[in-house]
Design a protein around this ligand. Structure first.
Ligand SMILES: Cc1ncc(COP(=O)(O)O)c(C=O)c1O
Length: 454
């Protein structure tokens, strides 16, 4: 197939409103045309390591014929049917059974959306429903964290702790509160009598007491913060969070949209700290990104409230594409491959290798912090290592690093001056080494002061 690349780019600019749209970003877009494993190929014939598995989601890698076949089989038989009142479908039922085997022991009931933001909106509404059904409708606030990313629908946007996502949409709604992130590199505790992780978790208690526990429905957090800059919490953080949630009757929602299905080397992220949430939101890796599917899992305690509600006070929540049979069939095939190929364990092993490689870059002049858990790593650049002083944002160091890496065959994402890596679980050891080498070569020129051509 010949591609008229100039025409594609011109048409893209004329008609395509992209996510987080600004025309400056689409003067010379990558036009992706194919992929294999952890590599992507652009229309002009260049090959790149896909450093973030696209959007943290293509965990099995590109070009998996089994997933295409699973979709084709289901589409040929019954592409879509409703799962509304009194209707169900077989792949969705099988998927709920499989999820209840894989997910935290107390989470056994599942609802499906199409992605992560609508999963988080579902989780937020479910927490409010839970307390409303207990006769506590005033218990409705959602506490989440700075640097948290939960998606861009209205509820998820309000929980997101990155102001750029609200500022042009008439700011935040009432009922959403943010506390500092545990961010080990930068969190400054004002309580020297406890560890940093405990102090960061105690921020939740402070916020609950400040708002009034009788007004707080849930705490919402990613096990490892992703899009906000890749922050791995201290080991004491989540166990203490669980204690605080229990103490004040606050539900704990784990946003496992990135960390679910193996990304951290465990099926679900909080397993690292032996903590269970009340509600989990998921998306992305459940289909390895091959089709859109998200959802929530509820604990037995939360589900009981839905199951025992009178019909006129039911959980009135639904999407046309809830439990889409084709998406569920692809999810089943994805989980089967993850298990058969031992890819959750592989993600853990490869993550350790990647992190060890990146740690070798810590001696570079501007590498302030290297962090990661499982196959999710971040490198934070600073102007001054001793004081952790960031570069002035006008230097656009993160954007420069992105470009320097792309020139050398690696595409991934950055947030401010933090470069993030989360490749497919099938990435080869040689490509992991190559990511490290490319970053090692790209960081010095990205940090150099060479005018403003970004
Ligand atoms: C942790 C987390 N939650 C929610 C979302 C939103 O998911 P979606 O873009 O599918 O709405 C994302 C997307 O990156 C995410 O990383």
């Amino acid at each position: 197939m010949t591609i008229d690349l100039e025409k594609i780019i011109k048409t893209d600019q004329e008609h395509f409103v992209h996510p987080q749209f600004h025309p400056n970003d689409h003067k010379q877009p990558f036009v992706w045309v194919s992929g294999q494993g952890a590599k992507l190929r652009s229309a002009d014939g260049r090959e790149f390591i896909d450093g973030l598995a696209c959007l943290w989601n293509v965990t099995l890698g590109h070009g998996r014929k089994e997933l295409a076949q699973a979709a084709m089989r289901q589409m040929e038989q019954l592409a879509f049917t409703s799962s509304y009142i009194g209707h169900t479908n077989i792949p969705a039922v099988q998927l709920t059974e499989k999820l209840s085997q894989l997910c935290y022991p107390s989470i056994n009931h599942f609802f499906f959306s199409s992605g992560g933001a609508d999963a988080n909106d579902t989780a937020i509404k479910t927490a409010r429903f839970f307390w409303n059904s207990h006769g506590k409708p005033e218990k409705l606030k959602i506490i989440s964290r700075e640097h948290g990313y939960h998606g861009v629908t209205l509820g998820a946007m309000n929980a997101t702790g990155i102001p750029a996502f609200w500022q042009m949409f008439s700011s935040k709604l009432p009922g959403f509160v943010h506390i500092p992130s545990p961010y080990p590199y930068r969190y400054v505790s004002n309580n020297p009598s406890v560890s940093q992780g405990r102090a960061a978790a105690d921020e939740l208690e402070k916020a609950i007491l400040g708002e009034g526990a009788e007004t707080v429905a849930a705490f919402l957090a990613e096990p490892v913060q992703g899009a906000g800059g890749l922050m791995v919490p201290q080991d004491e953080y989540f166990p203490r969070i669980r204690e605080i949630c229990d103490k004040y009757d606050v539900l704990f929602i784990a946003d496992e949209v990135i960390t679910g299905f193996g990304r951290l080397g465990r099926w679900f992220g909080l397993e690292h700290w032996k903590v269970e949430p009340d509600i989990i939101s998921f998306a992305k890796g459940i289909t390895s990104g091959y089709l859109p599917l998200g959802g929530i899992g509820m604990s037995d305690r939360v589900f009981k409230v839905l199951a025992e509600a009178p019909p006129d006070r039911r959980w009135m929540h639904a999407f046309t594409y809830s439990a889409h049979p084709t998406c569920c069939a692809v999810a089943l095939a994805t989980l089967e491959i993850l298990e058969r190929e031992g890819l959750v364990e592989e993600a853990g092993r490869k993550g350790k290798k990647l992190l060890a490689g990146l740690k070798q870059l810590a001696s570079l002049e501007n590498v302030g912090d290297v962090r990661g858990l499982g196959l999710m790593c971040g490198v934070e650049l600073v102007e001054d290592k001793a004081t952790k002083r960031p570069f002035p944002s006008s230097r656009k160091v993160g954007a420069r690093l992105y470009q320097e890496c792309a020139k050398r065959g690696l595409v991934s994402r950055f947030k401010d001056d933090i470069y993030m890596l989360a490749p497919a679980f099938v990435i080869s050891d040689a490509d992991i080494d190559q990511c490290v080498n490319i970053l090692g070569d790209a960081i010095p020129p990205a940090c150099g002061n060479w005018g403003s051509d970004v």
